[in-house]
Structure formats: structure tokens, C-alpha cells
Design a protein around this ligand. Structure first.
Ligand SMILES: *Cc1c(COP(=O)(O)O)cnc(C)c1O
Length: 484
């Protein structure tokens, strides 16, 4: 049947031209991104004036519209796929991940129910089981769900921990709790935990922030003492969260010791391995995560170290029934589930209608294989080691201690080299030069540092040297400017 032309699906000839144009834009971006400055210099007013003419009161040619967006994305974003972006865990997307996201948009599978997308739902379940097994869970016990990212996975973890400790929580909420619930994290934990605790209605006062040692790892003795004090005061500890790769400095908590404490105290043990979980894929680094197999749940983000496009979080658990207990709901209008052991995703996770998140992981992994990922992760780890060596050779001091590719550093020779104003000025200078992108942060005891993280499988030694050159140039310029 020939259907009438619709402005939303366009003519065949127009579509063909559009696909070619899109493929050209993507290919040229991937090939040339490394030649452009890493970061834009633009103001909100300039962006607003670009958008103001777009009133949608006339139709624009599809390729012109596409070109408008592609040009402005090219000019006005920090190029996270750039080999000299040393930033916040944002990857260069794997080609198969880009293909997968485009395919998902076209097929638009509905992952609320098995009934609508049996292949997609079971493909995700297959991946969840394989990743759970890679982290050391017993294959038959593994359950989990894909999520928009680590924040949603951590939110899911808090909800399942509440369900586990307070079985009436789903019905009565916090009003049903007789005791003050307590959750334990280190002072270096990701702040999505705070948001999750707030979103669960617990209030951030439920969080006990535990001090860290000189290596920025949670102080296990201090944790145990706090737990005992809280129990003595009549509170209800329900969850311990371990960091496996902090965002600040790539630090991994002593996971096995924390697992022991959690088991003795009968509280839920969650490992936030959003980025650092990738260590499990390298035999030489996997021991860092020793004890993760004893956890009750894990957050892992494929859109970080596995280099798939944004929005691919995972929540993994070894409690097969906990997600269904936490999220089960029945409606008259949704189709029936296929089988008791194949719960519909909407009864099993926070989202309802949702995108086929797992495909970008599946296609990237299918083509690269575990071996391909092992090589890519090993390469980035080696680039991190090179970065540390080159920085030290150039008289910078590395302040953090981790085998993962994050360096936190400050100048060690000049008296101003550790001040906040100097650190910020160096980062600004590097970013505005367009040669590389790095950030600043504050570590324990408020120590300001420069932070550079290798997040790109295409980063090579010449990129590391360019970064070290750029921070060196900024340092000389600033110290000269101050008459030092
Ligand atoms: C990135 C990150 C998160 C948050 O994950 P999103 O994917 O940004 O939602 C949580 N914890 C850690 C340790 C992270 O690195």
C-alpha cells in the first residue's frame, strides 16, 4: 500500500540524502575532532542569539536543519570524544555504540514489557547476567536492570536496601520506620548518593559520612565505631556503600573488609563501581576489586570506561527477587508478563517506558569481544601511568594513589604551586588554550589539585605529552606574570 506523504517521515529521496548527510557528519566528526580546540569559548548570550530565530513558524529543509545543529554542536561543546579531553569519565563513544543508538531510535522498542520487545528485554537480561558473573556473582543468582546512569543505579540500590531491611517500606514509606535509618559512605563518595537518599524521602541526615585515611580510603575502624554508636542510640543502620574508583581521585575502598562489616552487621552492601568497575576486566587490576563478589549490589556505568554513548548505567544484584519486591506493581492496562521468572522491566526498575539501553553495550561488546575491551582498558591504564611519570618528571607532584588512569597533581617547587588560585589559573589557561581539557578539584582536607583523567581509548603518548606541555606552559606563564 502506498501511504500518503507525511511531513514527519519525509520523502524517500529526501531520506536517502539525509542518511548520507548524517553518515558524513558523523564520520567527519570522528575523524577530525582531534584537530579542533577541545573546548569552546562561548557565552550564553551568543547561544541564545543563535536559537532566537528558530520560532518554528516555517518549515526548514531537513538537511539545513541537520546542518544547523551539527555545526553548532561542533563549535559549541567540550569535545568529550577528543583524545586530549582529560575529563570527567566521559568517553569517546565506540562506533558500534553510535550505530546501536541510531538503530534503537528507528525501531523504537518499548522496554516496559516483554510482550512488546521480547528480543530486547531478553538481550538486556543476558547482558545483566554476563556482567554480574564477570563481577563474581553466582550466575543463577544474578539479577539487575539497565538504568539511565550511575545516579539512577545508586537510587535503585538505596531503594532495594530499604526494601531488604524494612519490608514494609514500599507500603508505609518513612512514616512506617520506628528508628532513624542510617546509610554509611566515605567522605569521598559520589553525591548522587545524597540525591538518592533525598529522593527516597529519608533526608540527607540519614547519611553518616565516614572519614578517610591518608590514601582517601574509608576508615573501616571509624565506620565500625559509628555503626556501634548509632545502634546504641537506637538507630537502624541499613546500608554501607563502598567506592570502587572515586570521581575525585580514582580511589578504591577496602571492599573485602567492608563486605565483612556489612555481613556481621546484617546491612545491605553496595559497591559504587560506576567507572572503576572496569578494573574487573584486567587480570592485573581485578584484585583491586577483591570482595566485590560479596556485595549485595553494584553500580556500573557502561557509558564510562566501556566507551558507549551516554545513558548506559547498570544496577546488578545477587538477590534475584529484590527488584521485583521493590518495584512490583500490577495494572489493568499493561500486557501480562510472559513468565514468572521473566518479570516485565516496568515492574522491576524505576523507569516505565524506556529506551533500549543495552543494545549499545551488546553491539560494542559483540564486535570488540571481552578481549577488545581488555586491550582498550589496558591501553588507557598505560596512558595513565605515562601521564604520572611525565608529570613527575616535569616537577609536578602526584597527590593521589591509584593504578587507575586519574592523576591529581600540584606544583611541588614553587611556594604558590599548591594554592587554590594558582591551581584554578593553570586549569583555566590550559582549557582556554584549546590544547587539552582538565579540571580542578579539592581532595581531603580541602587540598586543591589539578585533575586529569584518561577517558578515551584513542589517547596516545603524544596526547599525554601535549597535556604535560600545556600545563607546563601555563605554569611558566603564571609564575612569570607574578614576578616569581
Ligand atoms: C559517574 C558516577 C556516578 C553517577 O553516574 P551518572 O552516570 O553520571 O548518573 C556515580 N558514582 C560514581 C563513582 C561515578 O563516577
Amino acid at each position: 500500500m502506498r501511504r500518503p506523504r507525511n511531513v514527519l517521515d519525509l520523502e524517500k529521496a529526501s531520506r536517502d540524502a539525509l542518511w548520507r548527510s548524517l553518515a558524513g557528519i558523523v564520520e567527519s566528526y570522528m575523524a577530525k575532532v582531534h584537530e579542533s580546540p577541545v573546548a569552546p569559548s562561548v557565552t550564553p548570550v551568543e547561544i541564545e542569539s543563535l536559537l532566537a530565530p528558530m520560532q518554528f513558524d516555517r518549515q526548514i529543509d531537513p538537511r539545513v536543519a541537520l546542518g544547523f545543529v551539527a555545526e553548532n554542536l561542533t563549535k559549541h561543546q567540550v569535545h568529550t570524544p577528543h583524545a586530549r579531553y582529560f575529563g570527567l569519565f566521559n568517553p569517546a563513544p565506540a562506533t558500534m555504540g553510535i550505530v546501536a543508538d541510531a538503530l534503537v531510535a528507528a525501531f523504537n522498542p518499548q522496554l516496559a514489557t516483554w510482550n512488546h520487545s521480547p528480543f530486547a528485554v531478553q538481550l538486556e537480561r543476558h547482558l545483566i547476567r554476563m556482567f554480574g558473573a564477570r563481577f563474581g556473582y553466582t550466575a543463577e543468582d544474578v539479577d539487575g536492570t539497565f538504568a539511565s546512569g550511575g545516579a539512577e543505579a545508586n537510587h535503585t540500590a538505596v531503594l532495594t536496601a530499604l526494601e531488604y531491611s524494612f519490608p514494609d517500606f514500599a507500603r508505609l514509606g518513612t512514616r512506617g520506620l520506628e528508628k532513624q535509618p542510617r546509610l554509611y559512605v566515605s567522605a569521598q563518595a559520589h553525591h548522587s548518593i545524597v540525591k538518592a537518599v533525598r529522593a527516597c524521602g529519608l533526608g540527607s541526615d540519614a547519611i553518616r559520612t565516614i572519614v578517610v585515611d591518608d590514601a582517601m580510603r574509608i576508615d573501616v575502624d571509624a565506620l565500625v565505631e559509628q555503626l556501634r554508636r548509632d545502634r546504641a542510640a537506637g538507630d537502624a543502620p541499613f546500608m554501607i556503600v563502598a567506592n570502587a574508583g572515586t570521581t575525585n581521585a580514582g580511589v578504591v575502598d577496602p571492599i573485602a573488609s567492608l563486605a565483612e562489616v556489612a555481613a556481621a552487621e546484617r546491612v545491605w552492601f553496595h559497591v559504587d563501581a560506576a567507572w572503576g568497575g572496569a578494573a574487573i576486566f584486567l587480570p592485573e587490576l581485578a584484585r583491586l576489586l577483591q570482595g566485590i563478589e560479596l556485595s549485595d549490589s553494584i553500580t556500573f556505568d557502561a557509558h564510562k570506561f566501556l566507551s558507549v554513548p551516554m545513558a548506559a548505567g547498570m544496577y546488578l544484584t545477587r538477590h534475584r527477587d529484590i527488584l521485583s519486591r521493590t518495584f512490583r506493581i500490577t495494572t489493568d492496562y499493561m500486557p501480562d508478563a510472559a513468565a514468572a521468572d521473566l518479570p516485565d522491566p516496568y515492574t522491576h526498575s524505576l523507569q516505565w517506558s524506556r529506551r533500549f539501553i543495552g543494545l549499545k553495550v551488546f553491539l560494542s561488546l559483540a564486535v570488540a569481544g571481552w578481549d577488545g575491551y581488555e586491550q582498550a582498558i589496558r591501553h588507557q591504564t598505560a596512558m595513565g601511568n605515562l601521564l604520572r611519570r611525565e608529570l613527575e618528571a616535569a616537577d609536578w607532584e602526584i597527590v593521589n594513589s591509584t593504578p587507575l588512569p586519574i592523576a591529581c597533581f600540584a606544583d611541588r617547587s614553587h611556594p604558590r604551586g599548591r594554592t587554590e588560585s594558582f591551581i584554578h589559573a593553570v586549569a583555566r589557561e590550559v582549557v582556554s588554550s584549546g590544547e587539552a581539557w582538565i579540571s580542578t578539584t579539592r581532595l581531603e582536607r580541602e587540598i586543591p589539585v589539578l585533575r586529569a583523567c584518561v577517558t578515551n581509548y584513542r589517547t596516545e603518548p603524544e596526547d599525554i605529552r601535549a597535556l604535560v606541555g600545556a600545563v607546563g606552559k601555563a605554569r611558566s606563564k603564571l609564575l612569570a606574570g607574578q614576578g616569581a
